[in-house]
Design a protein around this ligand. Structure first.
Ligand code: TK8
Length: 338
């Protein structure tokens, strides 16, 4: 008894060919598939968080929603996958806010260097009114944002020299994410930045197309950047959030109960991933040193020089980001520290 195939807002919907048996354990009448793609590999807390999401959703919907997980850029880079959600050919991706800023400029507010002094302040701002307001703006881009996950504090690596002060940035070819504020900030630090998708980064470092990059320790270690990079510094120059994105067309096609399950699962898996990220950061730095990377601590004085150097960039970008958003974020950062 083969039942019809019902299309539903982007996600594949197939109706099982077994007739309903009734009762709580009945097979779902209509199975929806969520194709979830990320750029990092299957060792990273981001992927472990995605698997947690998959388990929660499949269990709580009794298999009415199935999540297919793809890692290591199998479905493309952050920007391509975000566009796929808009087109309805993919249902989930978890890009950096820096990439989302190409769709909604206000998201670049989180790329302001040295904005968050620590993770507690980041949690308070992202989980508060400012963070929620930005997530609501995703609807205009046919996207739904189900909370912020943690990429984390970004640290500089390179294959040329240890970096201890701003002078050491001079002339370094640094890959940045595809984000204008990142580019301008690294120019202000004296580097020679190149925007590039994450999926091309390892090869670029291997071939010497770029001298360095910047990412949290978990990414540097788990993506094996120590094989092509010699030096790491705790610049902690930007705290990168990820956003758990769902295709709006698909999300709108879910029942209210399914929307609640998917939303709660995204937030629960986000907390799980954030905690795992934080619990392992020190271990990954130690692993990088064990793999032969030199580690340079940035002194408060040296960091202050960097803060001063990028300040004009922030002033220049405030209007492009939206001065109301910039003011609201700085206000929220100040309040979170009281
Ligand atoms: C992975 C990216 C990565 C980001 C970058 O898809 O591009 O450097 O930090 O985590 O989202």
């Amino acid at each position: 008894l083969a039942l019809g195939i019902v299309g539903c807002g982007g996600g594949d919907t197939t109706t099982p060919d077994t007739p309903q048996t009734g009762g709580d354990t009945a097979a779902p009448t209509e199975v929806k598939t969520m194709r979830a793609g990320i750029g990092l590999n299957d060792q990273h807390p981001q992927y472990k968080g995605l698997v947690k999401f998959k388990e929660l959703v499949e269990e709580q919907t009794n298999g009415a929603i199935i999540v297919e997980t793809y890692h290591s850029g199998q479905l493309g880079d952050d920007r391509t996958m975000t566009e796929a959600l808009q087109l309805g050919s993919q249902e989930i991706t978890i890009p950096s806010t820096a990439v989302i800023a190409n769709f909604i400029p206000e998201f670049s507010v989180f790329d302001i260097p040295f904005l968050f002094p620590n993770e507690e302040v980041a949690d308070a701002v992202l989980g508060g009114e400012v963070g929620e307001d930005l997530l609501e703006r995703l609807a205009d881009q046919r996207l739904v944002g189900l909370g912020y996950w943690e990429n984390g504090f970004r640290d500089l690596t390179n294959s040329v020299r240890p970096v201890a002060t701003i002078d050491d940035f001079k002339g370094l070819k640094i890959r940045t994410m595809e984000n204008q504020l990142h580019l301008e900030a690294f120019r202000a630090l004296g580097a020679n930045p190149t925007p590039m998708a994450f999926t091309e980064l390892f090869a670029a470092m291997q071939q010497g197309t770029v001298d360095g990059q910047e990412n949290p320790y978990a990414t540097i270690y788990l993506q094996k950047f120590f094989e092509v990079q010699d030096h790491v510094s705790d610049t902690h120059h930007i705290y990168s959030p990820w956003v758990f994105l769902v295709s709006k067309a698909f999300f709108d096609g879910l029942t209210p109960e399914q929307q609640e399950i998917v939303t709660n699962a995204a937030y629960e898996a986000g907390a799980y991933q954030r905690n795992m990220n934080r619990e392992t950061a020190a271990e990954y730095l130690a692993n990088l040193q064990a793999e032969g990377m030199t580690f340079t601590e940035i002194t408060p004085e040296a960091r202050q020089e960097m803060v001063d150097a990028v300040k004009p960039v922030i002033d220049r970008f405030a209007d492009q980001i939206g001065r109301d958003v910039v003011d609201a974020v700085f206000q929220a950062v100040a309040e979170a520290q009281q």
